[in-house]
Structure formats: C-alpha cells, structure tokens
Write a protein that binds this ligand. Structure first.
Ligand SMILES: [Zn+2]
Length: 220
C-alpha cells in the first residue's frame, strides 16, 4: 500500500509539473492511506518533475518525520491541519498554477456558480486571507476555511485541492486551473452570464445523488 501511494505521489507531482501548474520546486502533494495518521508528502526544495518514490517523506499528523532523509515541504502544517479536520480527505494537491494564482493575487474570487462542471466537480472555492507562505500560521488559517470544501484559493499564493484519493484531488486541481482560464476569457468577452435560476441547486443535487449511489454500491 505504502509503495503504491509513494509512486502515486511521484506520478501526480510529475503531472502538475508537466502541465505547468507549478515551476520547479513550487507546490506540494500529499496522501494518506484511509483512516491512517501517517502522511506521505513531497520533500522541500526538489523539482516536482523528477522526484523518486524514495524521496517522498513519511510524517505523522504532528509533523514528526517517520521515514525519509529529506525535509518535508515547509507547507506540511497546512496538509496536516486539513487531514486532522477532514476524515474524508486522503489526498491534497497544492500548486501555484498561474491563472488561478493570478485571481488570488488580484483578490478576484473564482465564482464556481457560473460553470456547471465546476459546480459538480469542485463546488465553492473560498478565498483564504493572506498568510505568509511556508509559516505555521498558514495551517491555522486554512483550518478555518476547510469545512466541506473540496478546494481553496490562498490569497496571493495559489490553489489547494482535496479528494478522497490522489486522482480526485489532482483532477480537481486540473479543472480548477482550466476553470480560471475560462472565467478569465469570459470576462474579456463581456463577463460570464449566470446560469438559469435554480440551475446551480439542481446541479448540486445531481452531485449528491451520484455520491449517494456510489456510497450504496461500495460495500458490496
Ligand atoms: Zn505554496
């Protein structure tokens, strides 16, 4: 299980690098086995495009290094705070994806309500107030916003996505950045138009229906 998760952390790190969602050592990726208090997280200072499974650091939720010679990312406290508060979250992807990060620098929210795919796949994306990146304060402030959200936008810093597994967290990040591009272009074209009244609620209902069906299927 751990070896497979290590490989998946490496794979997702490479995907965010290859897709231009981070530059060099920027951003961080983590995962934990369901119900576990041990987290596999990317190391500090190494390029996301060329990591090896042995370089992924194993830590506990208090930030103690359990396995690995490298230092974990300095943004580890943010990951740990999310895992402590959200038992349903087993993977976190944080990037400095250029377009969504530009929205965060301009303090313009990503209004998910105008685009059906964002409503269904991500939901509301709160803007988290500015905190100096890499400080412990980041974890404490992010904790106030985590709630039931699947993604956050850190002011003047970048997006964070969460999922029940790494694939879901990655896909939410990819979609979030694409959504930021769509929003930007629609602003150039005269501004995004709201969906018909009641449509956002209907789409949210579709998602909860799908989730319910998945939950029913799982134990069999
Ligand atoms: Zn960051």
């Amino acid at each position: 299980m751990e070896a497979r998760l290590r490989r998946k952390v490496v794979e997702v790190s490479k995907r965010i690098y290859d897709r231009g969602l981070v530059a060099g050592a920027g951003g961080n990726v983590s995962a934990r086995a369901p119900m576990s208090n041990e987290v596999l997280i990317t190391p500090s200072g190494l390029c996301k495009g060329h990591l090896k499974p042995s370089q992924i650091v194993k830590v506990d939720l208090n930030g103690n290094v359990l396995k690995g010679k490298l230092r974990p990312t300095s943004e580890m406290p943010m990951h740990n705070e999310i895992y402590k508060l959200r038992k349903d979250v087993n993977a976190i992807v944080h990037t400095h994806a250029p377009v969504s990060t530009a929205f965060s620098c301009a303090n313009v929210p990503l209004d998910y309500s105008i685009y059906p795919e964002a409503i269904v796949m991500i939901g509301e994306i709160p803007m988290v107030e500015y905190v100096t990146p890499t400080t412990r304060d980041l974890g404490a402030v992010v904790a106030r916003y985590v709630g039931k959200h699947n993604a956050l936008l850190l002011r003047s810093h970048g997006p964070v996505s969460m999922g029940t597994n790494l694939e879901q967290a990655y896909q939410r990040m990819e979609l979030l950045e694409d959504f930021a591009k769509i929003l930007l272009v629609s602003r150039i074209l005269g501004g995004p138009q709201p969906l018909p009244e009641g449509e956002a609620q209907k789409l949210l209902g579709l998602e909860s229906e799908k989730y319910r069906v998945e939950l029913v299927k799982k134990p069999r």
